[in-house]
Design a binder for this molecule. Structure first.
Ligand code: HEC
Length: 438
C-alpha cells in the first residue's frame, strides 16, 4: 500500500516533468496537467481491499448524490457476458468520473471488463501481487449524460470457470467542473454476485426404447432424466410444441456449435420429454436445461441420422407395442387395437390379432421415433422370427417426432400367440416389442 502510494507520486512527478517539457502551454496555475485526471485517473482507486480511492486527491464538495451499478444478476455462468451501467447522480454537478474493478474473494481479477464506447477505457495494475483490471472514464466520458448525472455502459465477461463470489468495487467523482481536485465529492460502493449453482446431469434417451447410451436423431422424441428439473409437471397443449414450459427451456447444441431450442412435450421434476430440433447435425451434442434463464442441468448425446425406437403401450420399451392394426378387406381400411387395459394389473396386455380370411391384408402400424430418415430399402422387420414381406416407414401425421413402421403381418403366424416384433432401420435394431396373433 505504502510502496504503491510512493510509486504513484513518482509517476505523477514524471507526468508533470514530461508534460512540462512538452506542453507547458496548457498548464493550469497549480502546475497539474490540465487533462491528465479528468481524462482518466490512475488505477487502483476503487476502494477495493488494498486500494485507496479518489479521495486521496479529491475532496470538499457537498454530498447527497448516488452511485449505483445496474445490470448485475444474482448469479453468473462461465463466460457469460453482462452489460453493466455505472451511474453517478448529484444535482448541480458538472463533471463525473468513475473507476470500477471486479475481483474474487482472494483479491484477484475476475473476468474481463470491456469498453462499449469512447466514454470508458481500461487499464491494469498490480495490487499486493494480484494483477487487477480497471475500467474508468475517458476525457470524453467525464461529460454529463444528462443534467446532474454521468453514466457509463460497458460489458463484463465472466471468467471461463467459476471463481466463487465476485465483487464489483466502484468509486465515483461528482465534480464541480473547476478542473481541479477541489470542491468535488467522492462516492464508493461495492456489490457482489455469486456463481450459478453447479449443473446437475440430464441423461437423454429415446422416449420409445429408453435404450441407455444409444444414439438419438434430429426430429426424435427424447426422454431426459435428471433431478430437480422443473418445479411442476406441465404438458404441452399445442403443436408446434412450445419451447418453454414452467420456466424450463431445453437447448441442443450440435457438433457444429449451433444451438437450437427444443420443442417440449412435458416437463416434470425428474423427466423432460423433448424433441431433438430439426437440423441438429450429426456428432456430439450438448443438451442444456435452462430454468428461469439460468442453466440448471447439462448432458451429452450422440446424434445420428437414424436410431430406431418403438413405443410400447406400457411405456417400458419392452412389451406390447404402441401400435394399431390396419386391416384392408374388400378395399375398405379399418383400424383395430393391439392392446387392452387390464384393470387388475393397471397395465396393457396384448390383444390377439385375428388375421382373418386370406383375402384380408393385415398390417401392424407400430409407432416409434428416430427412423423417418431411413430409406425404404434400408428397413426390415420380422415378427415371431418370420421376415415380413412389406415394411414401410413414414412420419406419423399430426404429431411432432412420431414415426410409424407399417409391417405386413405374415399369415404363417396364425395361432402363435405372443410374438416378438424386431424392426431394423439402416442396419440398427430397435427395441423388441410384442404383439399377439390369434
Ligand atoms: C493523484 C491525485 C488524483 C487522484 C487519485 C484522482 N484525481 Fe481526479 N483529478 C486530479 C487533478 C489534479 C485534477 C484536475 C486536473 C484535471 O482536470 O485533470 C482532477 C480532475 C478530475 C476530474 C475533473 C474535475 C473537475 O471538477 O473538473 C474528474 C471527473 C476526476 N478527476 C475524476 C477522478 C476519479 C473518478 C478519481 C478516482 C477513480 C480521481 N479523479 C482520482 C487528481 C486526482
Amino acid at each position: 500500500m505504502k510502496n504503491f502510494k510512493i510509486m504513484r507520486i513518482q509517476l505523477l512527478k514524471l507526468t508533470i516533468i514530461v508534460s512540462l517539457a512538452a506542453l507547458s502551454a496548457i498548464y493550469s496555475l497549480n502546475g497539474a496537467p490540465a487533462e491528465a485526471f479528468s481524462a482518466g485517473p490512475f488505477p487502483s482507486l476503487t476502494g477495493a481491499p488494498g486500494e485507496s480511492s479518489c479521495r486521496e486527491c479529491h475532496s470538499g464538495g457537498p454530498t447527497g448524490g448516488t452511485l449505483s451499478i445496474n445490470g448485475l444478476p444474482t448469479n453468473y455462468s462461465p463466460n457469460q457476458e453482462i452489460i453493466l451501467t455505472v451511474t453517478l447522480a448529484q444535482a448541480g454537478r458538472l463533471r463525473f468520473g468513475f473507476q470500477l474493478t471486479a475481483i474474487d474473494d482472494t483479491g484477484k481479477r475476475a473476468g474481463d471488463l470491456i469498453p462499449n464506447d469512447s466514454r470508458t477505457q481500461t487499464q491494469t495494475n498490480n495490487v499486493n501481487g494480484n494483477q487487477r483490471q480497471y475500467i474508468n472514464h475517458t476525457g470524453q466520458g467525464n461529460a454529463p449524460t444528462s443534467s446532474g448525472q454521468g453514466s457509463w455502459t460497458f460489458r463484463w465477461k465472466a471468467p471461463a470457470q467459476s471463481v466463487g463470489r465476485v465483487t464489483f468495487y466502484v468509486a465515483g467523482n461528482a465534480a464541480n467542473g473547476n478542473f481541479n481536485q477541489t470542491g468535488d465529492t467522492i462516492y464508493t460502493i461495492s456489490q457482489s454476485i455469486q456463481p450459478a449453482p453447479a449443473l446437475t446431469n440430464i441423461a437423454s434417451v429415446s422416449a420409445a426404447s429408453f435404450a441407455p447410451n444409444a444414439s438419438l436423431t434430429a426430429d426424435g422424441i427424447v426422454a431426459g432424466f435428471g433431478t430437480g428439473l422443473s418445479q411442476n409437471v406441465v404438458q404441452a397443449t399445442t403443436v408446434p410444441l412450445p419451447t418453454q414450459l414452467d420456466g424450463i427451456e431445453v437447448l441442443v447444441k450440435d457438433a457444429n456449435g449451433v444451438e437450437r431450442p427444443a420443442g417440449l412435450f412435458f416437463v416434470a421434476p425428474t423427466q423432460i420429454n423433448y424433441l431433438i430440433p430439426a437440423g441438429t447435425a450429426g456428432g456430439n451434442a450438448t443438451i442444456t436445461v435452462r430454468r428461469n434463464g439460468v442453466d440448471a442441468a447439462q448432458g451429452t448425446a450422440t446424434i445420428e441420422p437414424v436410431a430406431p425406437g418403438l413405443f410400447t403401450s406400457n411405456a417400458s420399451g419392452k412389451d406390447v407395442a404402441a401400435a394399431v392394426i390396419l386391416r384392408r378387406r374388400n378395399n375398405i381400411d379399418t383400424f383395430e387395437p393391439v392392446a387392452q387395459f387390464n384393470a387388475a394389473t393397471s397395465r396393457f396386455d396384448p390383444l390377439p390379432v385375428d388375421l382373418g380370411p386370406d383375402t384380408d391384408v393385415v398390417v401392424l402400424v407400430a409407432f416409434g421415433t428416430g427412423f423417418r430418415a431411413a430409406a425404404q430399402s434400408a428397413v426390415t422387420a420380422s415378427i415371431g422370427g418370420t421376415a415380413s414381406t412389406f415394411v414401410g416407414v413414414a412420419p406419423a401425421p399430426g404429431f411432432e417426432g412420431l414415426d410409424q413402421a407399417n409391417i405386413l403381418i405374415p399369415r404363417s403366424l396364425i395361432g402363435r400367440g405372443v410374438v416378438d416384433v424386431v424392426f431394423t432401420a439402416n442396419g440398427k435394431t430397435a427395441n423388441t416389442v410384442q404383439i399377439s396373433v390369434k
